[in-house]
Design a protein around this ligand. Structure first.
Ligand SMILES: NC(=O)C1=CN([C@@H]2O[C@H](COP(=O)(O)OP(=O)(O)OC[C@H]3O[C@@H](n4cnc5c(N)ncnc54)[C@H](OP(=O)(O)O)[C@@H]3O)[C@@H](O)[C@H]2O)C=CC1
Ligand SMILES: O=C1CO[C@H](CO)[C@@H](O)[C@@H]1O
Length: 349
């Protein structure tokens, strides 16, 4: 009997799966749909990074000024321009909100976004005070939404490697952490960093990185903090602190608007130390790197590729799609906020 050629049903299934895969890749059908609140300078970079992540689609941007929202949407290839922040929060076509507003506005808009059922990435500093940051955390839990602070260095591959090195005992027993973050007043006119009512000052801005790094390296809150600081024009221009994390671990932390750009840390153990000279963001045109210095003075360096912002965003999309809270990351942010408050209170008293 002649054999009749039949198309295998498996071929149909395979073709269907492949078409669905391509459609998903091209149209990002299952992507987390982001809206951007405001037309901040940092949003330009983060929007580009979002657009590079398959699991994310940037679908809207809102501004207090409708013409500015339209201009940004056209300029950055974003489908929808919203005439107000409230209009964007009310939209059903948006799952998550990115909040790159001046610090004093983070709290209210984060609560409003969570109340509107959105997940959120909030720029650093999360808020002005620990109570505000805790309120954001609690509201997101109440609404079953995920949140993350946009502290991208924590998501770099280099950061994972440094953690691994500490945990593997390559430094021996970690005894002291030193951190410095600063830049010398390169303010744009009208910059929120100079305005007390918008949350200006180096402490919340650069201290977020510096004190946050010490907390990250220690893995816990300090038991005692001593600080000094200098104010100018109603905001912090410098702060320096000595932190005691207990169990013989200490840290010295400095952040400032009155010294040249610095973004380095040293984690010193009794066998070796790690030095990183650009931890918040790798220097332009240089690979991310760090050095391990041993007791005899020899140093070996490691370098890393990769975009820390894209990795952070992909992690967030993954957390949302798996309905997993970013518990450890949220705790790092809350602890950082608590340390900043302790420092501010300590200098003031
Ligand atoms: N993760 C990182 O690497 C970085 C993080 N940041 C953080 O991102 C946030 C934004 O910083 P930056 O990009 O410098 O912000 P910008 O000053 O460039 O923009 C802030 C935006 O907020 C909106 N806005 C709403 N209300 C006000 C107000 N009363 N005054 C000023 N702006 C207002 C405006 O958008 P519109 O008028 O269109 O509504 C404005 O464009 C800060 O929290 C900062 O610390 C900043 C730089 C890098
Ligand atoms: O987060 C940020 C990145 O670093 C800048 C300084 O270089 C900060 O001012 C900014 O807010």
């Amino acid at each position: 009997m002649p054999r009749r050629d039949r198309v295998s049903p498996f071929l149909f299934v395979a073709l269907f799966a492949q078409t669905a895969w391509f459609a998903d890749r091209i149209f990002r059908l299952n992507a987390l749909r982001f809206g951007v609140l405001g037309t901040a300078r940092i949003a330009r970079r983060i929007v580009a990074d979002m657009q590079s992540v398959d699991a994310i689609q940037v679908v809207g941007i809102a501004s207090r000024d409708p013409a500015r929202a339209r201009w940004y949407a056209d300029q950055y290839g974003i489908a929808q321009a919203f005439d107000s922040y409230d209009a964007m929060l009310a939209s059903d076509s948006i799952d998550a909100i990115y909040i790159p507003l001046p610090p004093s506005l983070h709290h209210d808009w984060a609560l409003a976004a969570a109340d509107a059922g959105k997940h959120l990435i909030v720029e650093k500093p999360v808020a002005m005070t620990l109570a505000e940051a805790q309120a954001i955390d609690q509201r997101c839990r109440d609404r079953g939404r995920q949140w993350l602070d946009a502290t991208a260095w924590l998501h770099h591959l280099r950061t994972d490697r440094i953690r691994q090195s500490i945990d593997a005992g390559e430094l021996g027993r970690v005894q002291h952490i030193s951190v410095a973050c600063s830049f010398f007043e390169p303010f744009q006119s009208d910059d929120h960093r100079l305005k007390p009512d918008l949350g200006g000052g180096c402490l919340l801005d650069l201290g977020w990185y510096a004190y946050g790094m010490a907390r990250w390296a220690a893995g816990r809150l300090p038991v005692a903090v001593q600080s000094i600081g200098r104010q100018d024009r109603g905001i912090w221009f410098r702060s320096s602190s000595l932190l005691d994390f207990g169990d013989d671990l200490t840290a010295t932390v400095n952040c400032a608007y009155d010294t040249a750009t610095r973004k380095w840390f040293e984690i010193a153990g009794d066998q070796a130390s790690i030095v990183c000279d650009d931890f918040t963001r790798p220097w332009p045109s240089k690979p991310a790197r760090f050095w391990i210095h041993d007791r005899a003075g020899s140093a070996k360096s490691e370098t890393f590729d990769g975009n820390q912002e894209a990795r952070m965003l992909a992690t967030f999309a993954d957390l949302v799609s798996n309905a997993t809270a970013a518990a450890a990351m949220n705790q790092q942010a809350l602890d950082t906020q608590q340390i900043l408050q302790t420092v501010a209170d300590g200098i003031a008293s």
